[in-house]
Design a binder for this molecule. Structure first.
Ligand code: ZN
Ligand code: ZN
Length: 146
């Protein structure tokens, strides 16, 4: 990844009422094929970059939807109340981190997805990069400090 630790990344929802800025290198960038992400995005997978929550500054009124993940952790999905863009997700298993939807960044070209998770739910029409590490469900690891 060609991102440095002092870099600021900006993004917004579709209508522009939500804007955010997040600093640094993501802990991990992942594609997720879980059923929840398919319903949330309306596509075959979500793609998210995980950042430390303290590095995030978010402006605008967001909605929150809370649910329980397949493995029992508490998930909060944060979205724009006007246009519905899924901005980020939080997981009680990863306290202090947010996973920001990669497509909401103004410029996401320098991010490189590193893993594919919940591949057991992958749809045949959602063809992925063969070079990325694949996990059938949620891998049992936590990304190292970067
Ligand atoms: Zn919006
Ligand atoms: Zn998912």
């Amino acid at each position: 990844m060609t991102i440095n630790k002092d870099e600021n990344h900006q993004g917004s929802c579709l209508c522009g009422k939500i804007r955010y800025k997040v600093k640094g290198v993501p802990k991990v960038v992942a594609h997720c094929h879980c059923i929840d992400c398919q319903k949330l995005t309306g596509a075959g997978h979500s793609t998210g970059a995980m950042f430390s929550e303290k590095n995030l500054k978010l402006q605008g009124e967001v909605g929150e939807y809370k649910l329980k993940s397949e493995n029992g952790s508490k998930v909060t999905r944060v979205f724009c109340l006007t246009c519905g863009s899924p901005i980020l997700g939080k997981n009680s298993d990863m306290q202090g981190y947010v996973t920001i939807s990669l497509g909401t960044f103004d410029n996401s070209s320098s991010f490189e997805p590193e893993v594919i998770i919940f591949a057991r739910n992958q749809k045949p029409w959602d063809v992925m990069d063969k070079k990325i590490a694949v996990f059938m469900a949620q891998p049992n690891w936590h990304p190292e400090e970067k």
